[in-house]
Structure formats: structure tokens, C-alpha cells
Design a protein. Structure first.
Length: 95
């Protein structure tokens, strides 16, 4: 299962606070990687999970994970880094 760091939880909570119509952070698999390396993952704020999404509640935030992405993200940790007002998420190996 995907885990998240405190930094990621804080970044997600901040984004959710700025978008009152959103109740969680959706993670889905794309057909291609946006940065040219790593998994092809799309992350966005969402008002509700899709029908097949796995809902993960961790550190006060809700993640809605697409079933295909759940397989890719198993054993990973979502981290975040905030630099000059920009949030960058990264997937790390657990452990």
C-alpha cells in the first residue's frame, strides 16, 4: 500500500484547504510519463473517488488511488518538497 510522508500530507492538506470543493487527492496511472522517467502517474485534487478507486486515509488526508496506479504504487512512499512556493512530489521506495 502507498504511504505518505508528513511533508506530503502537509502539502496535500494545504492544497485541499485552497480548493473547498475537493475532498481528496486522486492518483491515477497515465499512458506516458510527464517527466520522461519514472512511473506515468497523474495527481490531482478531486471532489470524490472514482467508483473503483482505493481510498487511503493517512495523516489527516484522503488519497483516491486508481486500481492500476495502486499496483505501481504498492510499497512506495509519496514525499513532497516545497521550494519557492512550488510543490514537487516524489515517489520513494518504502523502507
Amino acid at each position: 500500500m502507498l504511504m505518505i510522508t508528513q511533508d506530503a500530507a502537509e502539502a496535500i492538506a494545504q492544497a485541499l484547504a485552497e480548493e473547498p470543493d475537493s475532498s481528496g487527492f486522486r492518483i491515477a496511472e497515465r499512458t506516458y510519463s510527464l517527466n520522461g522517467s519514472g512511473p506515468a502517474i497523474q495527481m490531482e485534487l478531486a471532489s470524490a473517488p472514482e467508483d473503483e478507486d482505493e481510498v487511503i486515509e493517512d495523516q489527516g488526508v484522503r488519497l483516491f488511488v486508481d486500481p492500476r496506479a495502486a499496483k505501481t504504487l504498492d510499497g512506495k512512499v509519496l514525499d513532497a518538497e516545497i521550494e519557492e512556493g512550488e510543490v514537487r512530489f516524489a515517489l520513494l521506495e518504502a523502507g
